[in-house]
Design a protein around this ligand. Structure first.
Ligand code: FAD
Length: 445
């Protein structure tokens, strides 16, 4: 097939993917004075945190839960203004409002956003990326960066298109972490559901605790003591649920939506390659049937779901881990678990290693932990190996499989996006300069 390039776009910074990390990268780059083009395959920003319906921001495990990014602070403040976020250790938020607020921030900064546009190729000469090739309904176009490209596609698509090396899955098996198809229900009587949960909890004196405005809960196959455990066992025995449905079930209330619950399931444990479109299509197809099975189960066994309806099933499969770039420094499991510090650190975290469906592999990590209870991510983990103008941000930075299972949370991905956006705007690969600029703008560790 002949590729007929119809148009050339050019900006100081080209951000590939407008997801959790990419959106922040574009905003930070624009704030640092760069002209920015951002390319996104879907019609809204936020990626996994919006179209994947991942609604809570996990706690970083750092004292005071600093977000590590000044842009993240602005996003949260804007969300709070419209009642779309709440603080509960981890913060719950409304994914639809997040898409609106991100668009608002792009427009204010005059970021050129190319929605409905997919990156399908990349061209490099030596250690410089010349362009990415994109496709949309207008045909093919090329996009060039005066300074740098930020690959925030979550699976380092640009790295792959440029023919550069990457990693995928666990080092021994190359199998990816399990994925999920998240969904939201509306018309739920959340008070009645809380009352039902409290009755099942059978507190020592039969008391029913008052309902917090926002709350969450969940269980798996090993949580025999959970109030709903026997309900799930009964439903599996009667064929109303499967054992896989019982294996991972979790819900959250949604700030600003009083009749709504967001679910972190159904989870799929049998998708070895989450970059395979056929396997992802199966998750979408079977996932919808599993959502309907859950809905029938809630109506039959729980209280408060009599009028419940599905308000949304994620258009994006929730992918915990896919491909990871090979970068100047690859963060190891040992470094994350033993709280390693780096001279060129741009992000800190103490979120635990969260590998679904596997044993936590901490037991293989030997040696003392550092006295300060967090690890740092060096800027070199964002610099694609041997490349001068290609950075990665988000869950596809250079990490070992186990380290990625801690790095992948939204606050960390946002801070990584901010670091990449600032570096690209300033045209520097010096992590110390990048972190200093982040802090000057208000980022806190
Ligand atoms: C089921 C599940 C539950 C989770 N729970 C939590 C949680 O409770 N709290 C928490 O903090 N984190 C959680 N996480 C982790 C977190 O949500 C993700 O790791 C993080 O959002 C990933 O950010 P990212 O920027 O790397 O990728 P994404 O947000 O996915 O962004 C990638 C973007 O790139 C776009 N893109 C990809 N390829 C192309 C292409 N070729 N062309 C154009 N555009 C492209 C995508 O459409 C997307 O918008 C969860 C993840 C999953 C899957």
């Amino acid at each position: 097939m002949n590729i007929d390039i119809k148009k050339t776009y050019q900006a100081d910074v080209v951000v590939c993917g407008a997801g959790t990390a990419g959106a922040v990268a574009a905003i930070a780059a624009a704030d640092a004075g760069a002209s920015v083009i951002m390319i996104e395959q879907f019609g809204s920003a936020g990626g996994t945190s919006t179209l994947g319906l991942v609604t809570p921001l996990m706690h970083t495990g750092l004292e005071g839960n600093p977000q590590g990014s000044y842009v993240a602070k602005e996003i949260i403040a804007r969300m709070a203004e419209v009642g779309a976020v709440c603080e509960r250790g981890s913060s719950f938020f409304d994914p639809m409002m997040l898409t609106v607020i991100l668009d608002e921030m792009f427009l204010e900064r005059k970021i050129r956003v190319l929605y409905h546009t997919t990156i399908v190729g990349a061209e490099k000469t030596g250690n410089r990326l010349n362009k990415v090739i994109v496709y949309n309904k207008s045909g093919f176009a090329e996009v060039k960066a005066n300074h740098m490209f930020v690959d925030a596609t979550a699976d380092c698509d640009v790295v792959v298109h440029a023919g550069l090396p990457f990693m995928q899955g666990h080092e021994e098996t190359h199998i990816n972490q399990p994925c999920s198809l998240r969904y939201m229900l509306e018309n739920v009587d959340v008070d009645a559901f809380w009352q039902y949960l409290e009755e099942k909890r059978q507190r020592p004196h039969g008391e029913i605790l008052p309902r917090p405005k926002n709350f969450d809960d969940g269980l798996g196959l090993n949580n025999e003591k959970h109030a709903l455990y026997n309900v799930f066992v009964e439903a599996v025995e009667k064929g109303d649920l499967t054992r896989e449905d019982h294996a991972y079930w979790q819900f959250f209330t949604v700030p600003g939506r009083p009749d709504c619950l967001a679910f972190n399931c159904p989870e799929f444990f049998d998708v070895p390659d989450v970059t395979d479109a056929e396997q992802l299509s199966r998750v979408q197809l079977e996932g919808k049937l599993r959502v309907m099975r859950f809905l029938r189960f809630y109506k039959k066994y729980f209280k408060g779901f009599e009028n419940a309806t599905v308000s949304m099933i994620a258009p994006m499969v929730g992918i915990r881990e896919g491909r990871r770039a090979v970068t100047e420094h690859v963060l190891t499991a040992s470094e994350a678990i033993r709280w390693k510090k780096f001279d060129d650190a741009v992000v800190r975290s103490n979120y635990p290693v969260d590998v679904h469906g596997y044993m936590l592999r901490n037991e293989h990590i030997e040696g003392e932990k550092d006295a300060l209870p967090y690890y740092e991510i060096p800027f070199r983990a964002l610099v694609v190996k041997d490349m001068e103008n290609l950075l990665v941000a988000g869950r596809c930075i250079g990490t070992e499989f186990v380290a990625q299972a801690s790095v992948r949370i939204i606050p960390t991905c946002r801070a990584l996006g901010e670091a990449a956006g600032i570096a690209a705007a300033l045209n520097t690969l010096d992590g110390k300069i990048v972190r200093a600029e982040m802090e000057k703008k208000g980022a806190e560790y």
